[in-house]
Design a protein around this ligand. Structure first.
Ligand SMILES: [Cu+2]
Length: 179
């Protein structure tokens, strides 16, 4: 399951999170509980979604399927600071295991469709995030054979290969290789 976290709440458009534990997908629902219209519009150049004008008491929903950080704004009131970021976390299973474990690294809830790909970075114990692999697969196997014990991290972002636009990286997902 991809998990969602809200970073900043827009002023008028409240974010309600629906996390479906069974389905590998996460739908975010914005509810306008103010008295004037707003939008939920994914920032350009990725421009992943745009609600158009959402009136008072109306809702808009969008299903996120890829880990990443997705900044968005209200087209009417971005200048007043009505902005936010939806953060979609990665999954990895198991969370820990001895060297030799075949870990499943999951940047998304479904395989990417052209022109999108998932760009995954890895951080070794004591190191920095560096490119690991770019894939269209929702699950990638990480063969930990021969690796030193410690805490490794993975993070991922959505990339549009036509435009080069990116979401921004998800938070790091920790995977521990036990001694
Ligand atoms: Cu607004």
């Amino acid at each position: 399951m991809l998990r969602l976290a809200r970073r900043a709440a827009p002023l008028g458009l409240l974010l309600v999170l629906f996390s479906q534990s069974a389905a590998l997908a996460a739908t975010v629902i914005w509810t306008n509980n103010s008295g004037t219209p707003h939008t939920s519009t994914g920032d350009s150049p990725l421009s992943l979604w745009d609600s158009g004008s959402v009136g008072p008491a109306q809702t808009f929903q969008f299903q996120f399927t890829a880990a990443g950080a997705y900044p968005y704004h209200c087209t009417f009131h971005a200048g007043m600071g009505m902005v936010g970021t939806v953060t979609v976390k990665m999954k990895a299973t198991p969370a820990s295991g001895g060297a030799g474990t075949m870990f499943q690294i999951k940047p998304a809830s479904k395989n990417a469709a052209s022109p999108f790909v998932y760009e995954i970075q890895m951080k070794e114990p004591g190191g920095s995030f560096v490119h690991w692999q770019t894939t269209t697969a929702k699950t990638v196997i990480w063969d930990s054979t021969g690796l030193a014990p410690g805490v490794y991290q993975f993070r991922s972002q959505l990339v549009n290969t036509n435009t080069g636009a990116t979401s921004g990286f998800s938070p790091g997902k920790k995977v521990t290789i036990t001694p």
